[in-house]
Each structure stands twice: as C-alpha cells, then as structure tokens.
Ligand binder design. Structure first.
Ligand code: V47
Ligand code: SF4
Length: 393
C-alpha cells in the first residue's frame, strides 16, 4: 500500500511533516530475533507501508528488544535525539457524566457524593493557581454533563483564555463535542466553529478507547461510536483545529482490535491530516467496574504498544509516553521505544489517579528535563502544536 502524496491544509498550516518525506530508516537487523519482525524490518527499509498482518506481528512479538530497535530507528530518523515536553495544566471542569463507562473511576451522577462542577470563574482561578508557571497549554476535559447548556462551555473557554492568554486551550474530546451537539441541537461542525471562536486551539485525544464495536458495547455503550469520533476529529482538522488520538489498552481488547484501532486512525490521518500525537493510555483498574478482572498493564505490554504504534502510524508526527499512566521511569525508557514526547507538568490529574495511579499529581520542568537528559535525549520545550519554545524568551 502506498502512502498519499498530498499534504493536507492543516499539515501545511501547523507545519506537520509527512513521515514518508523523512530520512531513510537505518536499522541494525542483528538486534532482531523474531523472524516475523525481520520481514517487517525489510518492509520498513524499503519504505513500504505496514499492513494488519505486520501489525499483528508487532503487537504479539516477545522480541521486545528487536521491536524496540525498529521503533527507535524510526523515532531517531524523525526526531533525532529530541524529546518534547510542555508546561501545561489540567483543568477538569466537572466529573458529572451520563455515559457511565465501565473502565472509568472518574464519573459521578449529578447528586452523588463527590460530584463537582466548576463555574467558569472557578476554573479560571484554578488555571491561575501557579502564577509563576509560564503555561503553554491548558488541557481541559470533563464528563458529559446532562444539564449544563452549551453556552457554559463557551464561557468556560473565554474565562480560561482571559486568565491565561498565552496558553493554547486544548479542550474537549470528540465525545464531548458529540454530546454538546446532542444537548444543543446544533451540528458538530457548528459546535466546533463556536468553540474555536471562543478560544479553542486544539483538542485532546480522549474518548477513542478501542474502536471495535464489541469492546464499546461491553465497556462504553452510551459513548459516541467510532464513526462519530473519527468524523468529529476530521471536522476539527478541516476547520484548522489540530487534535490528538488515544487508545485505552490493557483490558478486554484483543491484539487484532488494537491493530484495527491504530489502522483506523492512520486511515483518518491520510484523509484529514490534523492529528499531532498518538497517546497509548495504559488502563488503571482501581475503583472501576473492571477492578476484579484486571490488575494493570505490564511493562512489556506498555513498551510493545508504544513501539508498535510508532511503526504502524507512519503519518503521525509524534508518539507520547504519558508519564502519569506509565510512571516517570517507564516513560523515560519509552523514549527508546518510539516515543518522542513525555507530555507535561500537568500540575493536577484526576482521571488516572481516581483509578489508582500512584504517580505524583504533577512534575516540575526541571524534573522533566532531567528525565530526558538522563535518558540520553535533548529536551525540547514545546507548545501545544510541537513548535519548539527553546529559544523563545
Ligand atoms: O478518554 C478513563 C481514559 C482518557 C481510565 O490528548 C482511563 O494530549 C486509564 O485522553 N485508566 C482521558 N485511562 C485522558 C486522555 C489524555 C491524557 C493525556 C494526554 C492527552 C492528550 C489525552 O483517559 C479517557 C479514557 O480513554 N481513561 N478511565 C482508567 N481507568
Ligand atoms: Fe464519562 Fe469520559 Fe468517564 Fe466515560 S470515560 S464515564 S465519558 S468521564
């Protein structure tokens, strides 16, 4: 299969490079012991696109070091020794949600103990809690609240933009946008246009979970389906709004379903081109409806998903090792397994910590730079769209 040759408008605007224009991949095949991986390595060297069978070889191999060497060769051909991080803060405006996903420990019913909903002013005050932190990004997500009017979300963006004018507002997943359309009677395009006018700069990649209908039926039947998620991401890209993409792994999904999910994202990226990063999300079972069946992902699987993603997503510029879910130590190692970004300072994280994550609530810039340097990489402070801020005063 050949890769499309045309660069989409959002790729040009955001300076998103195409991977098939990147330098050739030099791979030391003496590192590879799995014969199936050797076949994939030969395809990569010939710049052939990988298919689902290749994906299965990557997603099921026990040859972690061979797989890592392949992903690292691609990562180094794209980014050299650069490893990105961002000064960001999470703002969770509400945990009230009508979707009740089985894997989620974050949601509460409207009157339930622990339910919260910040006013736009309260959210803005929260965004200003660390006045000395020169934030480049606010990561803003909540649940699908049954009663908040769409105007609330516009007010929320305006208040946050006023509080932090220099920060990109990375807000609302495709699932939230689908919900806003449903409660307001507006089309998802109209919702996106109005959010953009109110200050939306980019969108996070949550809500994708695993696209397979079998998984969604069992774990998140009320949530927007795969087609809707992908369509809204495409609409955002066409409106010039870059977005991320995720996959929640380590629960009931099969290796085939993981590969299918990743290839669906690759297909969408071929069409609309506005995905900036892919983030594999390691499932945390604590306090969720799956806690009796799962005990968390293994380091082997975390690194395998990271490396397989880098190799399959030939049109995604960045792969993020989200330290909150992987832990800082494994996230640092993941920089050698295809990842080129650690996310950021975060300050306060709720979704994973309510599901039992033991990581710190946030990290300092020094800690992030130290992790990157100690791993043998060059830290690059970035904005939400991966522009370097290293030389900016
Ligand atoms: O959509 C829910 C997942 C997502 C659990 O775009 C869980 O830069 C693990 O999308 N264990 C939200 N994960 C987080 C997210 C994200 C994070 C960091 C960066 C970006 C980005 C996006 O977390 C949800 C869902 O897929 N999630 N419950 C859990 N128990
Ligand atoms: Fe709601 Fe998101 Fe949690 Fe699902 S994952 S219950 S949509 S907050």
């Amino acid at each position: 299969m050949l890769m499309p040759e045309k660069t989409t408008p959002i790729q040009q605007k955001n300076n998103i490079p195409r991977i098939n224009e990147s330098p050739a991949v030099f791979m030391d095949s003496s590192m590879i012991n799995d014969s199936r991986l050797l076949e994939v390595a030969a395809k990569l060297a010939a710049r052939e696109r990988l298919d689902a069978a290749d994906g299965m070889a990557l997603m099921t191999t026990k040859d972690l070091l061979g797989l890592g060497a392949m992903a690292n060769a691609v990562r180094r051909s794209l980014r050299g020794k650069k490893a990105y991080y961002v000064l960001n803060r999470h703002v969770n405006y509400s945990n009230v949600c009508v979707n009740h996903c089985v894997f989620c420990a974050y949601w509460r019913a409207p009157q339930q103990e622990g339910a919260f909903c910040l006013s736009p002013d309260e959210a803005a005050r929260q965004a200003l809690e660390e006045p000395d932190l020169d934030l480049s990004e606010l990561h803003i997500v909540g649940g699908c609240h049954p009663d908040l009017p769409f105007d609330y979300y516009l007010e929320l963006l305006r208040a946050l933009k006023k509080a932090r004018p220099k920060a990109t507002l990375k807000a609302f997943t495709s699932v939230e946008v689908a919900h806003f359309a449903e409660i307001s009677g507006k089309s998802p395009e109209q919702i996106l246009v109005e959010l953009k006018e109110a200050g939306l700069g980019s969108m996070p990649g949550g809500g994708a979970e695993v696209f397979a209908p079998r998984v969604r039926r069992e774990l998140c039947p009320r949530k927007a389906d795969a087609k809707t998620w992908l369509e809204i991401a495409g609409m955002a890209h066409n409106l010039g709004i870059p977005t991320n993409a995720t996959m929640l792994y380590g629960h009931i999904e099969t290796p085939e379903e993981r590969v299918d999910h990743i290839l669906k994202l690759r297909d969408q990226q071929d069409i609309s081109g506005g995905f900036t990063a892919f983030i594999p999300l390691a499932f945390h079972p604590g306090n969720t409806g799956l806690k009796a069946r799962f005990c968390g992902t293994t380091g082997m699987d975390d690194l395998r998903v990271m490396a397989a993603s880098r190799l399959l997503l030939d049109n995604f510029p960045h792969i993020k090792a989200y330290w909150v879910m992987l832990g800082p130590k494994l996230a640092q190692v993941a920089l050698n397994f295809g990842a080129d970004d650690l996310d950021g300072t975060i300050v306060e994280e709720r979704i994973t910590h309510m599901a039992g994550a033991q990581t710190a609530p946030g990290l300092t810039e020094n800690a992030l730079r130290g992790m990157i340097e100690a791993g043998g990489f060059e830290p690059v402070r970035r904005d939400s769209c991966y522009n370097s801020l290293e030389d900016v005063e």
